[in-house]
Design a binder for this molecule. Structure first.
Ligand code: PLP
Length: 264
């Protein structure tokens, strides 16, 4: 049967715009399209940024984030949702209020850009842990975000496994601590907590500076797979494979003077 015969699955990203095109909403929509999902978008913040860094951020007023959410959810059959940069605790609280209408919720707790620029105002930890994590199908912090959320260093594979279990206590069905930058590893290793057990998900390490948007892409690919009906462990494994392939394709690109985007 032709892929065009039926409706595509609909995915929603609730995230910030990256003017440089590497991360945020731009990465999410590109990833949804690569998975043949129809992408919708609720924009929470504008960033003026390029591959080198974030120059300015303008958060969208929570009322207007709500208006976008209402418009999309009142009309389109959203099957999975990814949250990225939510920018303020007020927007985290707002998204949590909409949670009953957000199926297959993938929460990427974006707090700091790879360039080191902060993408969230104060009090991120409490807002994420207490308000949004209980509603999530899966949460996908990187090592640095897991450290901020738990208030302790998360540096190696053992730390990541413990962090995944501790974050699971806040109520998500699954936790992935992304260890892209894990100390002393030749592989890209993620710690996964699911169904009371922790395991490691690995892929060969790709040595490239073109990694801007890797976290967004992993979470968006997971949401696209869930929208298409995949079970959670399969959705995660296929997203990991997709990110590895996308990073391979763009490893030798030279776009911009800083951390370039990954491909698709
Ligand atoms: N969302 C926005 C709007 C961003 O600007 C960034 C990073 O700069 C991110 C998300 C997170 O990016 P990454 O996928 O590289 O962690």
């Amino acid at each position: 049967m032709s892929v065009l015969a039926g409706n595509p699955p609909v995915a929603l990203t609730i995230a910030g715009s990256d003017s440089g095109g590497g991360a945020g909403v731009q990465a999410d929509l590109k990833t949804f399209a690569a998975h043949r999902a129809f992408g919708t978008s609720v924009i929470t913040a504008l960033t003026a940024q390029n591959t080198v860094g974030v120059r300015a951020i303008s958060a969208v007023a929570p009322e207007f984030v709500a208006a976008q959410l209402e418009a999309v959810l009142d009309d389109l059959p959203v099957a999975a949702v990814k949250t990225g940069m939510l920018a303020t605790p007020e927007t985290v609280a707002l998204v949590a209020r909409f949670a009953p209408r957000l199926p297959n919720l993938v929460v990427d707790p974006v707090l700091v850009a790879s360039s080191g620029d902060r993408l969230f105002t104060a009090d991120a930890e409490r807002a994420y842990l207490e308000l949004l994590f209980p509603h999530a199908a899966v949460v996908t912090p990187n090592l640095r975000e897991a450290s901020v959320l738990l208030g302790r260093d998360v540096l190696d594979a053992d730390d990541a496994v413990k962090a995944a279990a501790d974050l699971a206590a806040y109520g998500p069905r699954c936790v992935v601590v992304k260890g892209g930058h894990l100390r002393g590893s030749a592989e890209a290793v993620d710690a996964v907590w699911f169904d009371g057990r922790t395991s490691l998900m690995t892929a060969p390490w790709i040595d490239t500076a073109n990694n801007h948007g890797t976290g967004c892409t992993f979470a968006a690919a997971t949401a696209a797979n869930l929208a298409a009906g995949a079970e959670l462990p399969v959705a995660l494994a296929e997203a990991k494979t997709y990110v590895h392939a996308a990073l391979s394709r763009s490893a030798s690109w030279s776009l911009g003077a800083g951390h370039g985007p990954l491909g698709w």
